[in-house]
Design a protein around this ligand. Sequence first.
Ligand SMILES: NC(=O)c1ccc[n+]([C@@H]2O[C@H](COP(=O)([O-])OP(=O)(O)OC[C@H]3O[C@@H](n4cnc5c(N)ncnc54)[C@H](OP(=O)(O)O)[C@@H]3O)[C@@H](O)[C@H]2O)c1
Length: 230
Amino acid sequence: MIGPGEFPARRPSVWVNCAASLDGRLAYAGGARARLSAAEDLVRVQRLRAFSDAILVGVGTVLHDDPSLRVHWELLGERPRRDPTRVVLDSTGRTPATAKVLDGTAPTVVATSERSTRVFPSHVHAIVVGRTRVDLASLLPLLYEIGIRRLMVEGGADVIASTLRGGLFDRLTIYYAPVVIGGTTAPPVATGSETRGAADAVPLSLVGLERLGEGYVATYVPRRPGPAPT
Ligand SMILES: NC(=O)c1ccc[n+]([C@@H]2O[C@H](COP(=O)([O-])OP(=O)(O)OC[C@H]3O[C@@H](n4cnc5c(N)ncnc54)[C@H](OP(=O)(O)O)[C@@H]3O)[C@@H](O)[C@H]2O)c1
């Protein structure tokens, strides 16, 4: 039984979204950015960003892609509104000072661990959560406390792994582009620690499948525990 003050902290609803090749790669060799989304998918992603209170990525994505994480309102045919908050997981403060996420054009949170001595510009909301690495499970309730109810996780591979493995998500959408990337260093949808067997894997239920341009979007939710498939 749960006693007073022991209720689990609330977290935002979390929607993980990415674009992958047919062989499940997020980028080219070594993490070089791949523009996998068709025009129709770019619009879908912008709609999802506009629907979200915040968009979260890892510092790996900042270093590889330097995304602005802003909504491209023109793609939605809408007048610009307030952009969602940008959230970067950056345990040691590696985000370059010149990164677009630090340009002050949208509210920005950088979550670090106690290992970071980095001082961010005053317009950045810096949150220390975790001893050596950002503790995502503890960060989410803190984001909820500052008003973030709908969080979109855009990647990359390591952050998606933490989000899925931690059971910290409600929905996963993957746009599969009609291309095979191959190789050994192109990042897959999820990296993180090794999966030794079914107990470490993340079971999902497919709840939607939609053709979009030449690709398709698959939507999954966490699979609820139930009788093992026969
Ligand atoms: N196709 C797509 O939709 C898409 C979207 C986004 C990114 N990408 C691609 O993904 C690649 C980047 O992926 P990545 O795996 O290298 O980087 P990432 O997932 O963006 O960032 C990983 C880094 O975040 C930091 N981090 C802090 N706390 C973490 C936590 N609890 N869990 C996980 N990471 C945490 C770690 O660095 P510290 O230890 O220094 O904190 C870690 O190395 C790039 O190639 C990019 O192009 C593709």
